[in-house]
Write a protein that binds this ligand. Sequence first.
Ligand code: UDP
Length: 234
Amino acid sequence: MKPKYKRIILKLSGEALAGENGFGIDQDIINNIASEIKKLHEFGTEIAIVIGGGNFWRGRSNDNMDRSTADYMGMLATVINSLGLQDAIENLGLETRVMSAIDMRQIAEPYIRRKAVRHLEKNRIVIFSAGTGNPFFSTDTTASLRAAEIDAEIILLAKKVDGVYDCDPEKNKNALFYDKLSYIDVLNQRLQVMDSTAITLCMDNNIPIHVFGLKDTSNIIKVSCGEKIGTIIS
Ligand code: UDP
């Protein structure tokens, strides 16, 4: 197998790091993901990672709180996940940097675009934490924004399901699977793949998105080699 891309953004949801109960970090799962990332790194691909925080906290699902406060809590959750993944990857002997969109210099570098690009050029794996640093956004939008900023060729969007369907395949067994979609289809059909801000940003900057299932972690390598699994949005 040969890598198709030189520089990618891998977007992992917070849930991807959790076990069956959907909460917290499962050490076996995170180690598994880390070892697939190592294989991809050995191919020479420059890897930047954006992680969500849904396994700890999601701003939008806490109606009784001030939304901005709840969102800041969500951003902090992404930092916990980023440090967890950093640890798992470094245990395998790779060099990583966690960059944070919110200043917390004791535990992460501040996000500076040029520095991030330099780290990638030096073959360090960069983990973007704290989302965009702004409430009312998501980590999907973070992935789109950072992809545009660092000139990533594609966003590899890891999901619980194996691609995009017209409705939830876990609730409807007749759900229709798409292997290819346009950005505008996703927006018009309100498909639940990324929020509309994230999709629009990709559309405006011509960044393709490859959606795939992370149940089988070896899919990370497969999508990086351009294998036809999951759904491509372009
Ligand atoms: N968040 C935010 N601004 C950002 C990114 C994230 O406010 O730029 C907050 C938001 O509350 C969100 C939470 O962080 O619910 C966790 O991120 P997300 O829901 O995207 O995580 P995922 O669903 O991918 O685990």
